[in-house]
Design a protein around this ligand. Structure first.
Ligand SMILES: Cc1ncc(COP(=O)(O)O)c(C=O)c1O
Length: 397
């Protein structure tokens, strides 16, 4: 078989995941018996709270094992409506909601539903790895806008500058993966004015909304007024706040016609999200998550511990994260030494010499940086920070 003939052209535009390269190597070495610390995870190390697991097991045993409505079961969408009202002060109907196989499918559905060839989507950098690739797969063109000089926050001026007559959408992510930055209300208001003025769709990925520190508050851009709400699709899910990555449940809330187009697509791709995953998500929202405060306090303790260590290291810089569970660290001062000249070679050096796996910033659009995740055990973080320091010292020897 000729590989080029049997490879779809649109796939040639998509990069394989660099994040998996390092994690793959790290896992291989761990399997071979090496003591490897993996700080590249994008998921909580906690398991799904017991009340959710118990309800899902009970759902299996009562035979809740069939296809559901394409949009997801009504009781779950009703609870999502309630959540959006209570947490975000937003009014939606169940028909404005589609539940999908993870927030990733929700974003994919939206992009496939709105984009025609070469439509542009503005993506502030650094970004979650999959945004540009999803846009490309859907036939669109990602327009990457660097936010480093503005403290990793997209300003209204920069947004305005990058709008062309082909711009169709913008993807906002607050709290942000990989920087942990949170968009404040006044910035969102300025962005909202421009989005509405130019009739763009704002895809607002709020999956980390509950993972906030130092008393920070999450604002959904859609809650800033009826006009911006009409131009926004909210993306959210259960992976992060409920430690439910493997259940694969996320959702989109937005203008009914966009949700209807997503339904068309979902109906012919995955039919519906898993019934058991939906039962678990229903339980998650129906009851109070008593374990959440403990999870957040643990993340915060780890965050403070890492900050304390990083603050003592020479040659690196980072911005204090306000949400999510990552540090985005500039390590470019070490480039040009011992074969390290970009984020991937830095990560390879760290893995080889320190047994620590972290993610190269290139995956998020910024090659001067690495991302450290603290969604791993405190003991692993403590050991990893000692090794990290040693490897930096090795690089300047
Ligand atoms: C910013 C962001 N959005 C979306 C997702 C996808 O989440 P899900 O597990 O619901 O597909 C992730 C997962 O890492 C993420 O970091």
């Amino acid at each position: 078989m000729k590989h080029d003939i049997f490879t779809a052209k649109r796939l040639l535009l998509v990069e394989p995941s660099i994040t998996l390269v390092i994690t793959g190597k790290a896992l291989e070495r761990r399997d071979a018996g090496d003591d490897i610390m993996i700080l590249s995870a994008g998921e909580p190390d906690f398991i799904t709270p017991k009340y959710i697991r118990d309800y899902a097991i009970e759902a299996i045993n009562r035979g809740f094992t069939h296809y559901t409505k394409t949009a997801g079961i009504l009781p779950l969408r009703e609870l999502i409506v309630k959540k959006l009202k209570e947490d975000n002060n937003l009014d939606y109907e169940p028909s404005d909601i589609i539940v999908s196989t993870g927030a990733k499918q929700s974003i994919y559905n939206v992009m496939e539903s709105i984009l025609n060839d070469d439509d542009e989507v503005i993506i502030p950098s650094p970004f979650w790895v999959s945004y540009p690739e999803i846009v490309r797969l859907a036939g669109g063109k990602p327009v990457i806008v660097d936010t480093e000089d503005d403290g990793f926050i997209l300003t209204a001026e920069k947004l305005k500058k990058n709008i062309t007559n082909k711009t169709k959408a913008i993807i906002l992510n607050t709290p942000n993966n990989p920087t942990g930055m949170v968009y404040y209300k006044d910035t969102l208001e300025d962005l909202a004015d421009i989005i509405v003025e130019n009739d763009l769709l704002c895809v607002s990925d709020e999956i980390y909304e509950k993972v906030l520190y130092d008393g920070k508050k999450h604002y959904s851009i859609a809650a800033l007024g009826e006009d911006i709400k009409n131009n926004t699709v909210i993306i959210n899910g259960f992976s992060k706040a409920y430690a439910m990555t493997g259940w694969r449940i996320g959702y989109a809330a937005g203008p009914e016609f966009i949700i209807k187009n997503c339904l068309k697509l979902q109906g012919h791709s995955t039919s519906c999200p898993s019934s058991i995953g939906q039962a678990a998500a229903y339980a998650a929202l129906k009851n109070k998550n008593e374990e959440f405060d403990n999870m957040l306090a643990t993340f915060d303790k780890r965050r403070k511990f890492i900050m304390e260590k990083l603050d003592k290291l020479e040659g690196i810089s980072y911005i204090r994260p306000e949400g999510a569970f990552y540090f985005f660290i500039n390590v470019s001062k070490f480039y040009g030494r011992k074969g390290v000249n970009d984020s991937l070679s830095f990560c390879n050096f760290l893995l080889k010499n320190g047994n620590v796996a972290v993610t190269p910033g290139k995956a998020f659009g910024m090659d001067d940086y690495i991302r450290i995740s603290y969604a791993v055990s405190t003991a692993e973080i403590e050991r990893a920070m000692i090794k990290f320091k040693k490897v930096l010292e090795m690089l300047v020897e």
